[in-house]
Design a protein around this ligand. Sequence first.
Ligand SMILES: [Zn+2]
Length: 324
Amino acid sequence: MLVEPIRIEISLGLMFQTVNCYLVPGDHLTLIDCGLYSEENWEHLKERINAHGYQLSDIEQIIITHEHRDHTGLLPEVMAQSKAIVRAPKAIEGWFAHPEKMKNKQAEFNAKLFSSLGFPPKILEQVSWYFKNEIMGRQIEEMDRFHFYEEGDVLRIGEEDWEVLNTPGHCPNQFVFLQKEQKKIFGSDMLLPITPMPIVVEDPKKPGIPTRSLYDLLQSFSRLLKFDIKTIYPGHGPVFVDANAMIEKQLARIEMRKEECFEAIKIGCSTPFQINRKMYPYQNMPPDFSGMFMILGYIDLLIEEGRVQKEFNLEGNVTLHLRS
Ligand SMILES: [Zn+2]
């Protein structure tokens, strides 16, 4: 009998409901992701682990799927209460070794990016505030407990070997763990019950250039479709079955929304901000940008298809036109 991962839900407050950690018994007691930091969440995580008959000190390995704070927030606490090693992608080391520096760099890049998208100054101010204050990493003192993994590595989780896949889209350093024979996956924020948000950041391979995150997400979808995955342990929401059905559904919606984006440009929306307001009319709560990452993605796809052209006006702002 193969072990079944224990899903532990951690609160994210009002905005996104919950995030999942997985406690997996087996060869080494493993915790996959650590949840968002708060006093209450820390108490809750401990309580859930104890309720399943384990102590924090029993955890032997912690595996991190990507750097976002809803997945890494409680890492310092779990490390302090255990002797566990931490397995994480090499590329996100900086978010633990010097998080302040990483945060400032990303905030600066995002402020510049968003100021080119046609945001009115007042809203732009709120967006910049968000980037300066809401992106958080937690400083880790014992970096020598980190063991870095990369694409193609194999991790022992439970009583099975899981292949490490880098599936960019939600973020460039998004990793998932695939058990090929059993057709199971720890899908993190790559395979979710709703389309993962293709957050745009500075491309780690091309300094100064934003990632084409939705384009990357589609590439990752095509890659995952080939495995015909049956069981998904997602980063948010309940465990679900049939990844291909979920991916096809999300692809159909992306296709439909991309055409709506094309229509918006056709009727004269010439900045990403204008398209955002048209396609997300109810997203009236500043800072107004959760839809923006999808819009930037649709624009990238339309440019890729040769249907839309992006230009920069004299102020350095993005303007969009149909290609004739
Ligand atoms: Zn997440």
